[in-house]
Design a protein around this ligand. Structure first.
Ligand code: SF4
Length: 265
């Protein structure tokens, strides 16, 4: 049955409210990378970020609906675990939270600037991070693990908690399905690796110092490595000048070209 005009009018009203709310959510304008970006394997992408280089990717501006779902799953988990804290018998006596939620941690400095972020959960030596991927990405994580960016991010948060004076034994990423059922969830975990966290921080610190010293002239010196190029804000297909935009990962391009020539041959 076709909806009545009244229902269609109400749909428009509701859509306007929902879209305005999601589109007006505060966005980060910070130039320095957060702990989630320290592990980006592409030095050039980090260089653009550190320089505050204008985004060049010509992507259709979509309502960030999936990101909004992820944000609200985080909020729901925080609410659930806050109630779990308060319902523990010892909480009314000592007020100590078993589940430490959304705490701000500083993982170190990049070119003199603190790198801080909110950690989803600290629980008795284990630093947890929630991820809410769609089905295809979730299958990819199950096959190949979380990838370098998320893995480093997990250890950076571990470092942040350690610097706050908390013992850290393990890091864990809990992938909770955005569009599948609960049994499809996937847990990745590793012993906390302080050296990895410090090494990546030092790498980004080096890139930051280089970009501060040379400005955009530093960009051609930075190594490119595929890192979700399709969603990279600085991807400019065919670009010959990385100070304008990046054509993509050279190895990936080479591989695609050789696969194409295999097909043609
Ligand atoms: S398009 Fe890919 S290779 Fe180029 S800067 Fe972005 S992530 Fe790096």
């Amino acid at each position: 049955m076709t909806p009545s005009q009244k229902v269609l009018d109400q749909q428009r009203e509701l859509d306007d409210l929902i879209e305005a709310h999601i589109n007006n959510a505060p966005r980060s304008l910070q130039v320095e990378p957060g702990p989630s970006e320290i592990g980006i394997p592409c030095d050039l992408r980090l260089g653009y970020k550190l320089l505050g280089h204008p985004e060049v990717a010509d992507r259709p501006r979509r309502l960030p609906w999936k990101a909004w779902i992820g944000t609200n799953v985080h909020r729901g988990l925080e609410e659930l675990l806050t109630l779990a804290n308060m319902s523990r018998p010892s909480w009314s006596e000592n007020g100590v939270d078993r589940y430490q939620l959304e705490q701000r941690v500083t993982v170190g400095q990049v070119d003199g600037t603190d790198i801080s972020g909110n950690s989803d959960l600290y629980l008795d030596g284990v630093v947890w991070d929630w991820k809410i991927p769609g089905g295809t990405t979730l299958r990819e994580y199950k096959r190949n693990g979380p990838g370098p960016q998320y893995e480093v991010q997990a250890h950076e948060y571990g470092l942040g908690w350690e610097l706050r004076g908390y013992p850290v034994t393990d890091v864990a990423i809990y992938f909770l399905p955005r569009d599948q059922e609960w049994p499809q969830r996937f847990l990745w975990s590793a012993p906390y690796n302080r050296d990895l966290a410090l090494e990546r921080l030092a790498r980004v610190d080096g890139i930051a110092k280089l970009t501060r010293a040379l400005g955009p002239a530093a960009l051609p010196l930075l190594k490119r490595r595929a890192s979700w190029c399709q969603s990279c804000p600085w991807r400019l297909p065919g670009s010959q000048d990385v100070t304008r935009g990046c054509p993509g990962d050279p190895d990936a391009l080479e591989q695609a070209a050789s696969e194409l020539s295999d097909l043609i041959a």
